[in-house]
Design a protein around this ligand. Structure first.
Ligand SMILES: Nc1ncnc2c1ncn2[C@@H]1O[C@H](COP(=O)(O)OP(=O)(O)OP(=O)(O)O)[C@@H](O)[C@H]1O
Length: 286
């Protein structure tokens, strides 16, 4: 679908994990994994081992994640798909340090975040991770530009001006920078939210249904921008989506079912993803 397979990474920091660990068992050690575009430098941006997340207790226990091993390759675009309730958002939130796991370990870059105190975790999220959610979470009293730079302003950091301009232009926000969210369309608000997530050039961008509230043109532009952020700027993107066409912009699709990674697809096409998703239909709840 998108011509994006050449990856240039000129911005890789030193000192990160240098090899992918052995992965005993589980979907991530299948033949498909060998076909996956393993990063030449072997770096992982985020890693989960034995991730288990349960809610409730006794007979009412819900297992949202069931012993998941996962590596998110640095400088790649990973999509996460699966039926409703399969654990996609939970996986993303646990990898991003927005939620805690019941068992297991999570690393972001070289830092194990499981067990980190609130303060250290907040700092790591602020410095290393950008979030794009379906709900835009913009502050209504601030202009688009102020919303975009707010996280950096709070952190007392100055955006790289050139990068910020690139983000603003690519997301076609230049003539909207002085507008407040109520004066923007849904698509424009989502683009502001995306610009905010990318403004600090975070190592890792997590996007939860980022195109869910967008018309198809705005959605396509957002996906192309995320693709560019990966190909041209070496960023790492993890996107939860229900849309096979959106997933086709990624390098690798991870398929979840019942809290486990049950399959993965490198270099996905929308058609192949749709076909794979159809195999979940009998157990689908929505
Ligand atoms: N706070 C919670 N309390 C109890 N159960 C929860 C909670 N959050 C999630 N769950 C359950 O955990 C499971 C996984 O939820 P999750 O939101 O990760 O799924 P999902 O794949 O992202 O779903 P969807 O595609 O519908 O957004 C579901 O069965 C859900 O009902």
């Amino acid at each position: 679908m998108s011509a994006h397979r050449v990856v240039h990474r000129s911005r890789l920091p030193a000192g990160e994990p240098t090899s992918r660990p052995a992965r005993p068992g589980g979907a991530v050690s299948t033949a498909a994994e060998k076909a996956r575009q393993a990063p030449e430098n072997g770096r992982v941006a985020a890693r989960g081992r034995g991730l288990t997340k349960t809610y409730g207790g006794g007979e009412a226990t819900v297992v949202a994640l069931d012993d998941v091993d996962v590596d998110i390759a640095e400088g790649r675009f990973t999509a996460v798909m699966g039926p409703s309730g399969s654990g996609k958002s939970t996986l993303m939130h646990c990898l991003a340090g927005l939620d805690t796991v019941t068992r297991g370990q999570v690393w972001v870059g070289g830092t194990e975040i499981t067990g980190l105190g609130d303060r250290a975790l907040t700092k790591l999220r602020r410095d290393e991770i950008g979030f794009v959610f379906q709900s835009f979470n913009l502050l209504p009293t601030l202009t688009a530009r102020e919303n975009i730079t707010l996280p950096m302003d709070i952190a007392g950091r100055r955006p790289d001006p050139q990068w910020l301009e690139t983000v603003i232009d690519t997301l076609r926000l230049r003539d909207r920078l002085g507008h407040r969210p109520s004066q923007l369309s849904g698509g424009q608000q989502q683009r502001v939210a995306c610009a905010r997530a990318l403004a600090s050039r975070p190592r890792l961008v997590f996007a939860d249904e980022p195109t869910g509230n967008l018309d198809s043109r705005s959605g396509l532009e957002l996906l192309r921008f995320l693709r560019r952020a990966v190909d041209e700027l070496g960023q790492t993107v993890v996107m939860v989506t229900h849309d096979p066409r959106a997933a086709a912009h990624s390098d690798l699709v991870l398929f979840l079912a019942d809290g486990r990674i049950v399959d993965e697809m490198p270099d996905p096409s929308a058609e192949a993803v749709l076909e794979r998703m159809k195999r979940f239909e009998p157990t689908r709840q929505s």
